[in-house]
Design a binder for this molecule. Structure first.
Ligand SMILES: Cc1cc2nc3c(=O)[nH]c(=O)nc-3n(C[C@H](O)[C@H](O)[C@H](O)COP(=O)(O)O)c2cc1C
Length: 376
């Protein structure tokens, strides 16, 4: 089998993921709630042939948070808007299983999937415990969060199969709108949720949205091995990631799934220059706006474009980076990466020059999930 090419995603996070990024002259100070900014970045990432846009989220804020989180767009809402100005790039929103309601979440992401014609992804996370205070769930302990997440995922996946692919006939002449035998209730009764179904939206061109998950614990791995297709992981420790990926793929196989259908997606904040020196100057420039004497940890992907591309190729070949997820710490982070690093990855033959498909699942090389009732 031909090796799957490297995939690339971009996190758009407004004014950035640190405390002082908003002060940079090239960043609109209201970028986190500025739709024009998001549109510009989305188009830029699609021109760079990226596989997906990824949005992280918070469920609880307070005075100590980074500026981006203080006033920002809700994920599905802004991705619905971005779907109208893009054509092939995937759109992945984060919704926490500890706080949201599974019927509503299934409906929102499925709608995004239809609106975008098959480009939606869902990052299903337990989230940080702070959100318990905002969602009337203060009675729950951390020990509840993974059993709850498992139920949540079973429900959402079940609801996404409510209609078989040929359920809707819509024949004006005969007056037959749909085939009731191809509509299915779920009748799920769990410890945390009970949902009858069916969901009132049918499947998209990619069958159903791609499921992403982020975490590292053993409890996380057990749920991910059953339900995750993409794993977002911290990107700073190669040895950890190698062991983590090996163990997770073993668990995936143990669950009767192909380990090839699980993609590892470490996140990075590359700083690239035409030369090593130029990259270092960019890092210093970011640090110059931070409190006196503050030093940023040196990004793993920092230096000349050739150097950064070599590192990426190595991680990709080692099986720990099926998808490279980047966020920009430096305002021109995406632009630099697309201008200098992407062409090198293309020349190496490991990254696409054109989109293969226009669904997220298709571009990621993930299989089309046959509806469970059709399969039966
Ligand atoms: C790479 C990564 C990204 C994450 N992104 C988010 C996020 O966007 N929003 C959030 O509330 N929590 C996020 N989390 C936190 C997880 O939802 C979870 O609370 C955390 O991983 C602790 O769970 P664990 O110890 O079981 O892994 C992230 C975690 C990881 C490892």
């Amino acid at each position: 089998m031909e090796q799957r090419k490297l995939k690339i995603g971009g996190i758009i996070d407004g004014v950035g993921w640190n405390y002082t990024g908003w002060r940079h002259p090239a960043i609109p100070a209201d970028a986190s709630e500025n739709i024009d900014y998001y549109v510009e970045k989305a188009i830029q990432l699609e021109q760079g042939k990226f596989d997906l846009i990824f949005l992280a989220d918070v469920s609880h804020i307070g005075p100590g948070m980074i500026p981006h989180y203080l006033s920002m767009f809700e994920g599905v809402s802004v991705l619905s808007a971005l779907s109208m100005v893009t054509h092939s790039i995937g759109l992945t929103a984060t919704i926490a299983t500890s706080y949201a309601d599974p019927f509503t979440a299934a409906r929102q992401i499925a709608s995004l999937d239809k609106i975008s014609k098959g480009r939606a992804g869902w990052n299903a996370i337990t989230s940080n415990p702070g959100g318990l205070a905002n969602y009337s769930r203060s009675h729950l302990s951390k020990a509840d969060l993974y059993p709850m997440k498992k139920e949540f995922l079973e429900i959402v996946e079940g609801l996404w199969d409510s209609y078989e692919d040929d359920a809707f006939i819509r024949n004006k002449k005969s007056g037959v709108f749909y085939d009731p035998s191809k509509m299915h209730s779920l009748n799920y009764n769990g410890n945390y949720f009970s949902v009858e179904g069916p969901l009132n939206i049918s499947r998209s061109r990619q069958g159903r949205p791609v499921i992403f998950q982020a975490g590292t614990s053993l409890e996380f791995m057990d749920v991910a091995a059953q339900h995750a297709e993409v794993i977002m992981a911290p990107g700073n420790d190669f040895n950890f990631l190698k062991g983590f990926a090996t163990e997770l793929r073993r668990k995936v196989a143990h669950n009767g799934r192909s380990p090839n259908d699980l993609l590892m997606m470490p996140s990075h904040s590359p700083i690239v220059g035409e030369t090593e020196k130029e990259a270092l100057e960019k890092l210093k420039e970011i640090e110059s706006r931070m409190p006196y004497g503050y030093r940023l940890p040196r990004p793993l992907l920092m230096g000349s474009a050739e150097h950064v591309a070599e590192k990426i190729e190595n991680w990709y070949q080692e099986g720990v980076m099926d998808i490279l997820l980047i966020r920009q710490d430096y305002p021109a982070g995406f632009e630099d990466f697309i201008k200098w690093v992407v062409p090198i990855l293309q020349d190496k033959g490991i990254f696409r020059k054109e989109y293969e498909m226009n669904t997220l699942r298709g571009n990621l090389g993930l299989p089309y999930p046959v509806n469970r009732y059709t399969k039966q």
